[in-house]
Design a protein around this ligand. Sequence first.
Ligand SMILES: Nc1ncnc2c1ncn2[C@@H]1O[C@H](COP(=O)(O)OP(=O)(O)OP(=O)(O)O)[C@@H](O)[C@H]1O
Length: 266
Amino acid sequence: MSADTRADEAATATGDREVGPDDGVLAVEGLRKEFGGLVAVDDLSFAVQEQEILGFIGPNGAGKSTTFNCVTGTYPPTAGTVWYKGEEVTGTPPHEMVKRGMARTFQSFAPLEDRSVLKNVALSMMEDTLVTTDGLLGEFRSDAREICERVGLGDRLHQTPAELPHAGMLRLELGRALGTDPDLLLVDEPFAGLSGPEVESVSELLLELRDEGMTLVVVDHNMRGLLQLIDRAIVINFGSLLAAGTPDEIKNNPEVQEAYLGGGLE
Ligand SMILES: Nc1ncnc2c1ncn2[C@@H]1O[C@H](COP(=O)(O)OP(=O)(O)OP(=O)(O)O)[C@@H](O)[C@H]1O
């Protein structure tokens, strides 16, 4: 990353400069989301560069999921602008954002419980196809199998979600998102409940996706896992931007340490 880009990002992070449509593959300016009297996200601006892995960090209730929900069209923002690939997409509904190449995973898994792993992934690939017969699903089956293998579920194709261990559910959630063939993937807590080796394995998969051209935004509470994975992070607290920088800059930022852990980021 050039010194100019870094300086620009620093200016953005401190609110010295407005974010615009050309600032990244995803650009967000002045995002605000209110729920009744509660301000969950307050004047948040950031940009995500193509093919980077951006960490999205903040304590519980900081507004991370709400930001994801506003960016992906699940919630209409109260104010602010979202651009994706240079086009304004503020308030565009989720199915339209998926068509434009943006996918997300959820903290709470919602696969179709009565369908196999393979069918769950195949169904995510069908987009607007309004047919759910096994015959039509068959067209998607070989690509779905490849995705299942990719996310480490190649030996569990015919199991139902209920038969999967926690890490398997997480992999299925990733598989269902990959089934939509995204250019930008927002990943909500990919490491939650995973063992050390599982964190490493999921990290490797996310890095591979990035190396193949995908852009990723990743939220997680596992700071150690996250800081090893990401190129850059933004930190929010009480819905507002607190800091932006490289993993080292984030680790050494006293405000971040204070807000996130009450000092001492490991
Ligand atoms: N649908 C909603 N209705 C009302 N309040 C909401 C809603 N969604 C989120 N909030 C509130 O908005 C604030 C931000 O929540 P959000 O889930 O975005 O935080 P978060 O950073 O993702 O937290 P966590 O790490 O615990 O998932 C919280 O105070 C939360 O209670």
